[in-house]
Design a protein. Structure first.
Length: 327
């Protein structure tokens, strides 16, 4: 038996229940992991609330780090006793132990701690596919300006550092002066407090009226319209989250009127759909972290039993950097 967080219905943080559940043995292509730390992500709130509905009852959580206890038939890239980390479907990482698909589980380099591994996989792989794979039709070169919303969060602070390493001028937005300073300290070229300034007007000012090549937006409804106004002709609106709610339907002609813009809705799990793709992206993430160019900031640690409070803090935007559950 293992302690795990389950939901029996969609709703607020109060639906998160700590229960005892059987673990079982790994089947073909599966791995049995004992967690040492678990990552918290906004997608967990979407699963819990029903914005991304799950078949209930369900486990929750997409990211973790721990040790391999057993392997199912056919798993060749891992060994029992190895330190590992992952970002993976199906949800279920909020637990002491779990059986899960081995495809997205990667060996954790010796120089990276369990806490860092749990905090960096989903967020770091997201920053990786955004900056390196989700690019405008005209490409990105050193010196180009990009806009990144919610830049003081876990994904954002990784993206600020990685963008600096790539030579990009990342313009950050955040909801307080303190969060703006945090983004600047982690490599953002400029930071805008969207509660005090019109971020679209400020972006135009920073870029001398040209606009940015890409907007990376995990906020959704509240930032969508003005984000389009930040783009230069042929620019790319890259949506990857809905923290303020889903973007409402819009007419495609809107994109033409604003400069023949492109729009994409990205998800990490398309990018890590194969074992080879997952390992290649993880290798790039591990390398940039081990080089020191990107440091994983963990600002909140919660015992597993305090998962409800963790979700309240995430949704109230009281967190900065990465958050983890401790065992």
């Amino acid at each position: 038996m293992t302690l795990a967080v389950h939901i029996r219905q969609h709703g607020g943080p109060e639906v998160l229940e700590l229960v005892n559940t059987a673990v079982g043995s790994p089947g073909p292509g599966e791995v049995h992991i004992r967690h040492h730390a678990i990552g918290l992500n906004f997608i967990d709130c979407y699963h819990r609330s029903g914005l991304y509905p799950l078949q209930l009852p369900a486990g929750i959580g997409m990211e973790g780090a721990g040790v391999v206890l057993a392997l199912g038939a056919g798993v060749q890239h891992l060994q029992v006793g190895e330190r590992v980390a992952y970002a993976s479907t199906p949800p279920g990482s909020y637990c002491e132990e779990r059986i899960m698909p081995a495809r997205c589980v990667c060996r954790l380099p010796d120089g990276i701690s369990f806490e860092t591994g749990a905090a960096m996989m989903l967020k770091g792989l997201t920053a990786q596919y955004l900056l390196l794979k989700t690019r405008p039709v005209e490409g990105l070169q050193a010196g180009d300006a990009v806009l990144f919303h919610a830049a003081a969060g876990g994904v954002g602070l990784i993206a600020c550092q990685w963008a600096r390493a790539l030579g990009l001028q990342l313009i950050a937005t955040a909801g307080s002066d303190e969060k703006c300073q945090l983004a600047l300290a982690h490599g953002a070229a400029h930071a805008i407090n969207y509660r005090r300034e019109d971020f679209a007007a400020r972006v135009r000012e920073i870029t001398a009226g040209q606009g940015v090549k890409v907007v990376y937006d995990s906020v959704g409804k509240d930032t969508w319209e003005k984000s389009l106004d930040c783009l230069r002709p042929f620019g790319l609106m890259a949506s990857f989250g809905n923290a303020s709610g889903p973007v409402p339907p819009f007419a495609p002609a809107l994109l033409g009127a604003r400069g023949s813009l492109y729009v994409t809705r990205q998800t990490l799990f398309t990018h890590i759909a194969t074992r080879a793709a997952t390992q290649a992206m993880a290798d790039a993430l591990f390398a940039v972290v081990q080089s020191g160019a990107v440091q994983i900031r963990i600002d909140q640690r919660y015992p597993l039993a305090e998962v409800q409070q963790a979700h309240r803090d995430l949704e109230a935007r009281r967190t900065t950097g990465s958050s983890i559950l401790m065992l």
